[in-house]
Design a protein around this ligand. Structure first.
Ligand code: HEC
Ligand SMILES: [Cu+2]
Length: 460
């Protein structure tokens, strides 16, 4: 029976609408620049190799698609049922055709297999010995980065020099994770009891830029909150960063002579909450925010502020502070916008004191899980290394900006800030969402937390 005219018309309309909707969408997706997580704009030879392979496969696939669909359309039109036509002749087998449709796909598969295997060999090859070595350790739910050539251990923020090959040794401390920075390279899994390697060279098309990285292997409650940032900087800046990060804490470290406080330009009025004051452009040509309230000696500066301490995100101060990525170069997608949990509050108006904070920190549970080089009591390894926590832009594996507000709430009740974390709930009268228990004796008061936060912020 021929199709009734109505369904046929409906089908035609549906097809047209689909085409009208899908084509602009598909074209919009081609604008890789606006999509930081697009892999179609590779910035490394690793990414380029995979992109080239993808383009080739897409071309072959498109040609096959057009050929097959073309034949289909021609057949449908040419051999359509016509009024009064005799039933078509039945055909049983055609050896020539059968050989052809076996051989042609086989040939196509060869054209696909050869470049694929070549790319696999290329991307799996050993990195050259002069590469920058970075050891990546996946933890539930954060990233540890070690630079054995520089003696640096840090977390969740990766610095890479432009134009130098970097070789990642990927390992996990617990379950499987996967390492991926879409426009640079990956994904490659972090597998228990096994080291995987991945290398690439951030190319000079980037200049100074920041990328988002993620975990891509489901690893438990906060898998989606296991993020990191990658800062790609010129070699000299990288060296400066690495030298600084390798050193002990810059605040009251016991092993070194105290560094003189950086001279902050006098600011007439305390800058508003959550706004970093800015010094004039530094000698390196970058604009640097400046700590205006707690100076490096931990003493509140001249005029005791009535407001909470100024937040210094990322703590870029001076060249010697080692924080080398200019805040102005961050893109909106680098800045976390995670909402804080409802009902988690902090006493307004408290001013933190870094010296007091150091004392409380050094006798709190923190030291069992965190290392601060230069603070002999703080040698734990369960959590991220906090030696230079003040120099990071984010906390909690890229989930929150590293500012006073978030730091305080994090210390108060980390498990409400990020589901499932190993860090204990430490704020007085806080309820631990995992155990349901309320913290009483030994819990930290808001003032103690404000002091600890000030201490951590002084650790540039
Ligand atoms: C039981 C171990 C444990 C204790 C105790 C602990 N932490 Fe943590 N801490 C962690 C872990 C694990 C993380 C990483 C959580 C994540 O991002 O998933 C963390 C993360 C952090 C971060 C964010 C670091 C970053 O780079 O993202 C800060 C800051 C921090 N802790 C401060 C403290 C302070 C201050 C104390 C004490 C008041 C403390 N911690 C006590 C385990 C602990
Ligand atoms: Cu994960």
């Amino acid at each position: 029976m021929p199709l009734a005219p109505r369904p046929r018309r409906t089908a035609a309309v549906a097809l047209t609408v689909a085409a009208v909707l899908v084509i602009p969408l598909a074209l919009a997706a081609c604008d890789a620049k606006s999509y930081p997580n697009s892999t179609f704009l590779p910035h490394t030879e690793f990414g380029q190799a995979i992109d080239d392979l993808w383009n080739l496969l897409l071309r072959i696939g498109t040609a096959v698609f057009i050929f097959v669909e073309g034949l289909l359309v021609i057949t449908i039109i040419k051999y359509r049922r016509r009024p009064g036509a005799a039933p078509p002749r039945h055909v049983h087998g055609n050896t020539t055709l059968e050989i052809l449709w076996t051989v042609i796909p086989a040939v196509i598969l060869v054209f696909i297999a050869v470049p694929t295997v070549k790319t696999i060999f290329k991307t799996e090859a050993k990195a050259s010995a002069d590469a920058l070595q970075v050891e990546v350790y996946g933890h539930q739910w954060w990233w540890e980065f070690r630079y054995p050539q520089y003696g640096v251990t840090t977390a969740n923020e990766l610095y890479l020099p432009i134009g130098r090959k970097v070789n990642f040794a990927l390992r996990t401390q617990d379950v499987l994770h996967s390492f991926w920075i879409p426009q640079l390279g990956g994904k490659r899994d972090l597998i228990s009891n096994h080291t995987n390697y991945l290398w690439f060279t951030p190319d000079s098309s980037m200049s100074t830029s920041a990328w988002n990285g993620t975990c891509n292997e489901y690893c438990g409650a906060s898998h989606a909150n296991m993020r990191f940032r990658v800062f790609v900087v010129p070699g000299a800046d990288f060296a400066r960063w690495a030298t600084h990060q390798a050193g002990p804490a810059v605040f009251n470290a016991t092993a070194v002579a105290p560094t003189p406080p950086p001279v902050a330009p006098a600011s007439p009025a305390a800058p508003p909450r959550r706004t970093a004051a800015r010094s004039p452009t530094g000698s390196d040509g970058l604009v640097h925010p400046v700590a205006a309230v707690v100076d490096a000696s931990g003493q509140p500066s001249a005029a005791p502020p009535t407001e909470p301490p100024t937040i210094v995100q990322g703590g870029i101060q001076s060249a010697s502070d080692g924080d080398v990525f200019p805040r102005d170069s961050l893109r909106p997608y680098n800045i976390p916008a995670t909402p804080t949990p409802d009902g988690l509050t902090f006493t307004a108006g408290l001013v933190g004191d870094a010296s007091r904070g150091q004392k409380v920190y050094s006798i709190s549970a923190c030291i069992g899980c965190h290392t601060i080089k230069g603070n002999p009591s703080s040698v734990g390894i369960t959590g991220p290394n906090l030696t230079h926590i003040g120099s990071r832009f984010t906390i909690a594996a890229g989930l929150y900006p590293n500012d006073t507000e978030h730091l305080r709430l994090w210390i108060k009740n980390a498990r409400r800030m990020k589901p499932g974390v190993l860090m204990l709930t430490l704020g007085l009268n806080q309820t631990d969402p995992q155990t349901g228990a309320t913290v009483t004796a030994g819990g930290l008061t808001d003032q103690q937390i404000a002091d600890i936060a000030a201490y951590l912020q002084a650790l540039k």
